[in-house]
Write a protein that binds this ligand. Structure first.
Ligand code: PMP
Length: 392
């Protein structure tokens, strides 16, 4: 095992080692975490709507836990398909205005399962270069040809669709909002291209489900494009504040996934308490519109404040606000300086992002007040100035 030590040393020399930090929810303070003795404003979680600590969700989970017990006991195809699953999937299909829905254990497994079920040898999966790792891994599992197009470059996608015109099938996959950049995919153009080339279009709404749309349906709905998308994937671990994931689409698609999606077939069903928590969160996501509105306003204001402070923030209007600093060591020093200022934020480095684009990724939540964020922007500016973080 000495080779592992050698490899770890190499990672360390490049400021690329990762470690597990312990974060506890700060008692009585939404949007804050406790790290050791320090209470930090949490700009690192994906709890976009501030639902992760919602008492109604916790109560629903608690009731289900006491009534049904801890585990579901088996995969859904064997004996784990408890009644709340079907009810939740009906509610999800109504919410997404789709024929059917299927719950997966998490977003990672949903992407793995869907891509591997829809593509195989002889097919081509066309995927944006900045798509999430779970999409990349799903393509690997599928054994289809992996055709990566330059980020949001529709001309490049067109060339690749042309190049793969003789493939048995073509599947285009994209994040709706990119997880490390916070910008949006050109969904209208993707729908047009998939129609022109007779491809299937799959959109991962992990960071946009709950965040966009009148009832939090996601970016495809907000743009009126839902009927042009064949497969909608989203997670319950971010805006929903719980855990799990959904796939929505036609009845045929969902029936096919039940036959073929390995992560669904060969893994134990989510615990009943988690399903109950998701069901409660789905109500709140749809009805508590103020959370989305507050998040949208904070995202706009926070980007503007950082921009005015001279920092290079990524484009878009999402709650994901990256500040690219370039090299890995600077990203780590920036993270420490932010922590000293009372802010928890993620330092994202390769291979999660391309080489030379290490960054701090701020993510906002409806749990934050405008005052929290205005104060944070000032402290971020101070930390950046002290470090000489590259300005625009
Ligand atoms: N897709 C995207 C775009 C993501 O960012 C993530 C989570 N980081 C996932 C899928 C995986 O979702 P989950 O955390 O539910 O596994």
């Amino acid at each position: 095992m000495k080779w592992i030590e050698d490899e770890l040393r190499k990672l360390e020399e490049q400021s690329l080692t990762r470690s597990l930090q312990t974060n506890a929810p700060a008692p009585g303070r939404q949007g804050y975490v406790q790290r050791g003795q320090q209470t930090l404003l949490d700009l690192s979680s994906n709890d976009y709507l501030g639902l992760a600590r919602h008492p109604a969700i916790a109560a629903a989970m608690n009731r289900a836990l006491l009534a049904e017990g801890a585990g579901s006991g088996a995969s859904r195809l064997v004996a784990g398909n408890r009644p709340p699953y079907g009810r939740l999937e009906e509610a999800l299909a109504v919410w997404q205005q789709s024929e059917a829905a299927l719950v997966f254990a998490n977003g990672y497994m949903a992407n793995l399962g869907v891509i591997q079920a829809l593509a195989g040898r002889g097919d081509a999966v066309l995927s944006d270069r900045l798509n999430h790792a779970s999409i990349v891994d799903g393509i690997g599992l599928s054994r289809a040809a992996h055709a990566r197009y330059r980020h949001n470059d529709m001309e490049h996608l067109r060339q690749l669709l042309h190049k793969h015109r003789d493939a048995r099938r073509r599947l285009i996959v994209t994040d709706a909002v990119y997880s490390m950049d916070g910008d949006q995919a050109p969904l209208a153009e993707l729908v047009a291209l998939k129609q022109e080339y007779g491809a299937i279009l799959m959109v991962d709404e992990a960071h946009s489900g709950g965040v966009y749309g009148a009832r939090g349906e996601g970016l495809c709905h907000a743009l009126g494009l839902q009927s042009g998308v064949d497969v909608h994937v989203g997670t319950f671990s971010k805006a929903f504040g719980v855990y799990g994931a959904y796939v929505c689409g036609s009845r045929t698609l969902i029936r096919w996934l039940i036959q073929k999606a390995r992560p669904l077939i060969y893994s134990t069903a989510l615990p009943p308490s988690v399903i109950a928590g998701i069901a409660e969160a789905l109500n709140l996501v749809q009805t508590e519109r103020w959370r989305r509105e507050r998040l949208a306003a904070s995202s706009r204001q926070f980007r503007l404040s950082l921009h005015r402070a001279g920092l290079q923030v990524g484009p878009g209007d999402s709650p994901i606000v990256p500040v690219v600093v370039g090299d890995n060591a600077t990203a780590l020093r920036f993270r420490s300086a932010l922590e000293a200022e009372g802010i928890a934020a993620a330092a994202v480095r390769p291979p999660t992002v391309p080489d030379g684009t290490a960054r701090i990724r701020f993510s906002l939540s409806a749990a934050h007040t405008p005052e929290d964020l205005a104060d944070a922007a000032r402290r971020i500016e101070r930390a950046a100035l002290r470090l000489g973080v590259p300005a625009r």
